[in-house]
Design a binder for this molecule. Structure first.
Ligand SMILES: [Cu+2]
Length: 272
């Protein structure tokens, strides 16, 4: 992790956050437009699609991209988190979850996605796609993804005051800021209108961190504890497949998908 910025007020640094590698993909939000799209012979009015970037088309014999994300070197040793508040509930230290590597070397919490894909299957339609739970003074899950137009449920399982504060990962612009005053508190909020990488903080516990990738296309996957990912229904073609990890950064590989076939694209990230 490296320091990405600070904010100075009255000569005093009031924020100095450890930040992630920021991919170019999240630097330029693309404009959304509502279009009509024909999918499997059905006219879907108001289907979210993207002017000049993503168009929904029928995908009847798409291919599958699968693979495993591993580190190109030993797993960096990162000191445990030192708990500075609510130690009676949170404990005195928490294992640092920046690198979670399974027994076969697979890396968890890597977002894998097709970059600059311009046409393909429809975006998911379920409105509440993801949840972020404040539990044992950490966010769970640490990394997840959703699409534009979806919502997130934020909740707490802890009897301490948390504060869930999503920000644009590049600009640190606040998206919203929600106090979670008691165990069982829950609220559902829309994701931003444009795709972006969201960094989530808790203002009460500075070590709490989560990442939400918001896409304007449906071809992405978050690696599980085995480091594996699967992306289905990809129209035949050659694409740039990107793997992002909060500390290791981004790695891009070219992948060619054939109709009805599965292609394996294992990715090695350089640990930092
Ligand atoms: Cu907190």
């Amino acid at each position: 992790m490296r320091l990405i910025g600070n904010r100075i007020k009255g000569g005093i640094v009031i924020e100095f956050a450890a930040g992630p590698y920021l991919p170019k993909a999240c630097r330029k939000p693309r404009l959304l437009a509502r279009t009509a799209a024909v999918v499997s012979g059905t006219l879907l009015l108001s289907q979210l699609a993207l002017a000049d970037s993503y168009t929904v088309i029928p995908v009847t014999n798409g291919g599958t991209i699968q693979g495993t994300v591993k580190l190109a070197g030993p797993t960096p040793t990162i000191a445990p988190i030192v708990v500075t508040k609510n130690q009676d509930y949170c404990g005195e230290s928490i294992p640092n979850p920046v690198y979670v590597v399974g027994k076969d070397g697979g890396v968890q919490n890597v977002e894998v996605y097709l970059k600059d894909i311009t046409k393909g299957k429809a975006l998911p339609t379920d409105p509440v796609a993801i949840s972020l739970v404040n539990t044992h003074c950490m966010f769970k899950p640490r990394v997840q993804a959703a699409t534009v137009g979806q919502q997130i449920t934020i909740s707490s399982e802890d009897p301490v005051l948390h504060n869930t504060h999503p920000q644009n990962a590049e600009t640190n612009a606040t998206i919203y800021n929600i106090a979670l005053p008691y165990k069982g508190f829950s609220v559902t909020k829309p994701l931003p209108a444009t795709p972006e990488l969201i960094k989530v903080k808790c203002d009460a516990h500075e070590w709490m961190r989560a990442w939400i990738w918001e896409f304007d296309q449906p071809y992405f996957a978050t690696t599980g504890d085995d480091g594996k990912f699967t992306i289905k229904d990809v129209p035949p073609g050659t694409y740039t497949l990107v793997a992002w990890q909060e500390a290791a950064g981004e790695k891009s590989v070219s992948v060619t998908v054939a109709a009805g076939k599965t292609v394996t694209a294992d990715i090695q990230l350089q640990p930092k």
